[in-house]
Design a protein around this ligand. Structure first.
Ligand code: PRP
Length: 183
Protein backbone atom coordinates (compact mmCIF):
# COMPACT_ATOMS: atom_id res chain seq x y z
CA UNK A 1 0.00 0.00 0.00
CA UNK A 2 1.37 3.41 -0.97
CA UNK A 3 0.61 6.92 0.22
CA UNK A 4 -1.78 7.65 -2.65
CA UNK A 5 -3.93 4.71 -1.52
CA UNK A 6 -4.64 6.39 1.87
CA UNK A 7 -3.95 10.01 0.99
CA UNK A 8 -6.86 11.47 2.97
CA UNK A 9 -6.05 9.51 6.11
CA UNK A 10 -2.61 11.04 6.60
CA UNK A 11 -1.89 14.47 8.01
CA UNK A 12 1.74 14.31 7.01
CA UNK A 13 4.29 11.85 5.64
CA UNK A 14 7.13 11.55 8.11
CA UNK A 15 9.36 9.15 6.21
CA UNK A 16 9.14 7.84 2.68
CA UNK A 17 9.91 4.27 1.72
CA UNK A 18 13.35 5.42 0.50
CA UNK A 19 14.14 7.32 3.72
CA UNK A 20 13.19 4.27 5.79
CA UNK A 21 15.42 2.01 3.71
CA UNK A 22 18.30 4.47 4.00
CA UNK A 23 17.97 4.53 7.78
CA UNK A 24 17.75 0.76 7.96
CA UNK A 25 20.91 0.47 5.88
CA UNK A 26 22.69 2.75 8.37
CA UNK A 27 21.47 0.72 11.33
CA UNK A 28 22.53 -2.52 9.63
CA UNK A 29 26.03 -1.14 9.00
CA UNK A 30 26.38 -0.27 12.69
CA UNK A 31 25.13 -3.69 13.75
CA UNK A 32 27.42 -5.47 11.27
CA UNK A 33 30.36 -3.54 12.67
CA UNK A 34 29.48 -4.10 16.34
CA UNK A 35 28.81 -7.83 15.96
CA UNK A 36 31.58 -8.53 13.44
CA UNK A 37 33.06 -11.37 15.50
CA UNK A 38 29.82 -12.60 17.11
CA UNK A 39 26.76 -14.65 16.20
CA UNK A 40 23.68 -12.54 16.82
CA UNK A 41 20.11 -13.60 17.47
CA UNK A 42 17.66 -10.91 16.42
CA UNK A 43 14.33 -10.98 18.23
CA UNK A 44 11.35 -9.30 16.57
CA UNK A 45 8.43 -8.15 18.69
CA UNK A 46 5.20 -8.98 16.88
CA UNK A 47 3.38 -7.60 15.15
CA UNK A 48 4.75 -4.13 14.56
CA UNK A 49 8.37 -5.15 14.06
CA UNK A 50 7.71 -7.48 11.12
CA UNK A 51 8.68 -4.95 8.45
CA UNK A 52 11.77 -3.69 10.30
CA UNK A 53 12.92 -7.26 10.94
CA UNK A 54 12.46 -8.26 7.32
CA UNK A 55 14.33 -5.27 5.92
CA UNK A 56 17.01 -5.08 8.63
CA UNK A 57 17.81 -8.79 8.32
CA UNK A 58 18.24 -8.44 4.57
CA UNK A 59 20.41 -5.33 4.96
CA UNK A 60 22.83 -7.14 7.29
CA UNK A 61 25.89 -8.64 5.66
CA UNK A 62 26.51 -11.29 8.31
CA UNK A 63 24.50 -14.39 9.26
CA UNK A 64 21.81 -13.86 11.87
CA UNK A 65 19.33 -16.14 13.58
CA UNK A 66 15.79 -14.76 13.78
CA UNK A 67 13.20 -15.41 16.46
CA UNK A 68 9.90 -13.82 17.43
CA UNK A 69 7.96 -12.86 20.50
CA UNK A 70 4.42 -11.59 20.85
CA UNK A 71 3.49 -9.60 23.93
CA UNK A 72 0.46 -7.71 25.06
CA UNK A 73 -0.28 -5.29 27.84
CA UNK A 74 -2.27 -6.97 30.54
CA UNK A 75 -5.38 -5.81 32.34
CA UNK A 76 -6.05 -2.14 31.90
CA UNK A 77 -6.66 -2.20 28.17
CA UNK A 78 -4.26 0.68 27.60
CA UNK A 79 -1.26 -0.56 25.72
CA UNK A 80 1.25 1.21 27.90
CA UNK A 81 0.28 -0.18 31.29
CA UNK A 82 3.71 -1.74 31.63
CA UNK A 83 2.18 -5.02 32.80
CA UNK A 84 2.89 -7.33 29.93
CA UNK A 85 1.97 -10.90 29.18
CA UNK A 86 3.61 -13.19 26.69
CA UNK A 87 1.32 -14.33 23.86
CA UNK A 88 4.10 -16.16 22.03
CA UNK A 89 7.43 -16.89 23.59
CA UNK A 90 10.77 -17.35 21.86
CA UNK A 91 11.75 -20.74 20.49
CA UNK A 92 15.42 -20.07 21.21
CA UNK A 93 17.30 -20.53 24.45
CA UNK A 94 19.07 -17.23 25.15
CA UNK A 95 21.75 -18.60 27.45
CA UNK A 96 25.14 -17.20 26.40
CA UNK A 97 23.72 -15.77 23.14
CA UNK A 98 24.20 -12.27 21.80
CA UNK A 99 20.62 -11.01 21.56
CA UNK A 100 19.33 -7.94 19.77
CA UNK A 101 15.68 -6.98 20.29
CA UNK A 102 14.18 -5.32 17.19
CA UNK A 103 11.21 -2.97 17.59
CA UNK A 104 9.28 -0.68 15.30
CA UNK A 105 8.64 1.99 17.94
CA UNK A 106 9.35 2.89 21.53
CA UNK A 107 6.53 5.00 22.87
CA UNK A 108 6.30 5.09 26.68
CA UNK A 109 9.12 2.54 26.83
CA UNK A 110 7.16 0.33 29.21
CA UNK A 111 6.93 -2.67 26.88
CA UNK A 112 10.66 -2.66 26.17
CA UNK A 113 11.55 -2.06 29.76
CA UNK A 114 9.60 -5.17 30.77
CA UNK A 115 10.89 -7.20 27.83
CA UNK A 116 14.49 -6.28 28.48
CA UNK A 117 14.26 -7.38 32.12
CA UNK A 118 12.50 -10.60 31.09
CA UNK A 119 15.09 -11.54 28.46
CA UNK A 120 17.98 -10.46 30.68
CA UNK A 121 16.88 -13.04 33.24
CA UNK A 122 17.43 -15.80 30.65
CA UNK A 123 21.22 -15.40 30.75
CA UNK A 124 22.19 -13.91 27.38
CA UNK A 125 25.85 -13.04 26.78
CA UNK A 126 24.64 -9.58 25.73
CA UNK A 127 21.29 -7.90 25.20
CA UNK A 128 20.74 -4.74 23.17
CA UNK A 129 17.79 -2.97 21.55
CA UNK A 130 17.31 -1.64 18.04
CA UNK A 131 14.25 0.47 17.27
CA UNK A 132 13.37 2.24 14.07
CA UNK A 133 11.36 4.95 15.83
CA UNK A 134 11.35 6.49 19.27
CA UNK A 135 9.12 9.16 20.81
CA UNK A 136 11.28 10.99 23.37
CA UNK A 137 8.35 13.15 24.59
CA UNK A 138 6.27 10.07 25.44
CA UNK A 139 8.93 8.29 27.53
CA UNK A 140 7.79 7.14 30.97
CA UNK A 141 10.91 5.14 31.74
CA UNK A 142 14.54 5.46 30.77
CA UNK A 143 15.79 2.60 28.65
CA UNK A 144 19.23 2.20 27.23
CA UNK A 145 18.65 1.78 23.49
CA UNK A 146 21.79 1.17 21.47
CA UNK A 147 20.37 1.58 17.97
CA UNK A 148 17.74 4.23 17.20
CA UNK A 149 16.64 5.03 13.66
CA UNK A 150 14.68 8.26 14.16
CA UNK A 151 13.31 10.29 17.05
CA UNK A 152 9.81 11.46 16.18
CA UNK A 153 7.20 13.82 17.65
CA UNK A 154 4.57 12.47 20.02
CA UNK A 155 1.93 11.99 17.31
CA UNK A 156 -0.14 9.00 16.18
CA UNK A 157 2.01 7.39 13.51
CA UNK A 158 1.08 4.54 11.19
CA UNK A 159 2.63 2.55 8.38
CA UNK A 160 5.57 0.21 7.93
CA UNK A 161 4.25 -2.18 10.59
CA UNK A 162 2.55 0.42 12.77
CA UNK A 163 -1.21 0.16 12.92
CA UNK A 164 -4.38 1.91 13.89
CA UNK A 165 -7.00 -0.73 14.64
CA UNK A 166 -4.87 -3.29 12.73
CA UNK A 167 -4.91 -1.15 9.57
CA UNK A 168 -2.05 0.69 7.81
CA UNK A 169 0.62 -1.88 8.75
CA UNK A 170 1.18 -2.58 5.05
CA UNK A 171 1.64 1.08 4.12
CA UNK A 172 5.16 1.45 2.70
CA UNK A 173 5.86 4.84 4.31
CA UNK A 174 5.40 6.23 7.84
CA UNK A 175 2.88 9.00 8.34
CA UNK A 176 0.99 10.92 10.98
CA UNK A 177 -2.61 9.73 11.09
CA UNK A 178 -5.16 12.49 10.51
CA UNK A 179 -7.33 13.07 13.60
CA UNK A 180 -10.57 12.53 11.65
CA UNK A 181 -9.63 8.85 11.31
CA UNK A 182 -9.52 8.15 15.04
CA UNK A 183 -11.69 10.83 16.64
C1 PRP B 1 3.73 -1.23 19.94
C2 PRP B 1 5.21 -1.35 19.58
C3 PRP B 1 5.85 -1.65 20.89
C4 PRP B 1 4.96 -0.94 21.89
C5 PRP B 1 5.61 0.34 22.30
O1 PRP B 1 3.17 -2.49 19.97
O2 PRP B 1 5.43 -2.37 18.62
O3 PRP B 1 5.90 -3.03 21.16
O4 PRP B 1 3.73 -0.64 21.25
O5 PRP B 1 4.81 1.02 23.23
P1 PRP B 1 5.35 1.43 24.65
O6 PRP B 1 6.75 1.94 24.47
O7 PRP B 1 4.41 2.52 25.09
O8 PRP B 1 5.30 0.26 25.56
P2 PRP B 1 1.59 -2.72 20.13
O9 PRP B 1 1.29 -2.97 21.57
O10 PRP B 1 0.85 -1.60 19.47
O11 PRP B 1 1.38 -4.09 19.36
P3 PRP B 1 1.69 -4.44 17.82
O12 PRP B 1 3.21 -4.49 17.67
O13 PRP B 1 1.06 -5.76 17.61
O14 PRP B 1 1.09 -3.34 16.97
Amino acid sequence: MEVQDVRDDLEEILYTREQIQQKIAELAAEIDRDYADKDVLIVGVLKGAVMVMADLARALKSHVTMDWMAVSSYGSGTKSSGVVRILKDLDADLMNRHVLIVEDIIDSGLTLSWLKANLESRGPASLEICTLLRKPEAAKVDIDVKYVGMDIPNKFVVGYGLDFSEKYRNLDCIGILAPHVYS
